[in-house]
Design a protein around this ligand. Structure first.
Ligand code: KIV
Length: 272
């Protein structure tokens, strides 16, 4: 085994904003360890998320709720060593942003391990936390729509924003979060037309997962990309390894080119 380097020009938050302005789609994948981070970043994926989905795909829990800041910090440390220039985003786990001091301390732990942005789940109520974190020089991604940390409140992993009132509320809240300083909005499991409306309404990039083909970027969980997670996959998941002759590297590059060409997500991965 030899330690390699395939470093490209590092992606920054400015790169992502510029790509939105130039209507160039970008890609994101989760990674949780050195080798997956190396493969993801050296095959052209702009953003790596160390997500709290690690609670399910790494630790085998049935939700992301048991994940701690230390868990995300550990995986960020591993990912940072493998990263070849992708922009690194860290999830703030369940209940790690409930008061101001604790929020800042938790952000600091993740940033010290190599994160370049933190992601928080919620809606308009995140504005206060977003302002606080951004004021301290830390970029924020606000994760809206289906927010898995609230699965018990939502009554399951369900599509959000299906009725016109909820949809309008989500558009308004996305604008509030942009105004509060969020540099990226992530939309999970919303109808395609709502994904498109929010993307159009915002100046900051919108990353989608189950939010249709019109968002500025797409994100997938590494284990879903490779068909590793047991059970029936969500509608928005595509196994890019199935039928791929280029193995794991091929699956990553197929995902990147499908997103950039607007071929993924296809209608069968979207909600109406
Ligand atoms: O934790 C995660 O992997 C995520 C993605 C599903 C967006 O938040």
């Amino acid at each position: 085994m030899s330690v390699q380097s395939d470093q490209r020009k590092p992606v920054t938050i400015n790169t992502l904003h510029k790509m939105k302005q130039q209507k160039e789609k970008f890609t994101c994948l989760t990674a949780y360890d050195y080798c997956s981070a190396y493969s993801v970043s050296s095959n052209g994926v702009e953003v790596i998320l160390v997500g709290d989905s690690l609670g399910m795909v790494i630790q085998g829990h049935d939700s992301s709720l048991p994940v701690t800041v230390d868990d995300v910090a550990y995986h960020m440390r591993c990912v940072k060593r493998g990263n070849q220039g992708s922009f690194l985003m860290a999830d703030m786990p369940f209940m790690s942003y409930h008061d101001h001091n604790q929020t800042l301390e938790n952000c600091a732990v993740l940033m010290r391990e190599g994160a370049q942005m933190v992601k928080l789940e919620g809606g308009g109520w995140l504005a206060d936390f977003t302002r606080l974190i951004v004021q301290h020089g830390i970029p924020v991604c606000a994760h809206m729509g289906l927010t898995p940390q609230s699965v018990n409140h939502l009554g399951g992993y369900r599509v959000q924003g299906r009725n016109p009132e909820q949809a309008q509320e989500m558009i308004d809240e996305a604008l509030i979060l942009q105004e509060a300083g969020a540099d990226i909005i992530l939309l999970e499991c919303v109808p395609t037309d709502l994904g498109a409306k929010i993307t159009d309404a915002l100046d900051v990039p919108v990353i989608g997962i189950g939010a249709g083909p019109d968002t500025d970027a797409q994100i997938m969980v590494w284990h879903d990309l490779l068909g590793l997670y047991p059970g029936r996959p969500a509608k928005f998941v595509k196994n890019f390894l199935a039928g791929e002759s280029g193995g794991i590297q091929g699956a990553i590059t197929s995902y990147v080119s499908a997103v950039k060409q607007g071929l993924f997500p296809a209608p069968e991965h979207c909600y109406t």
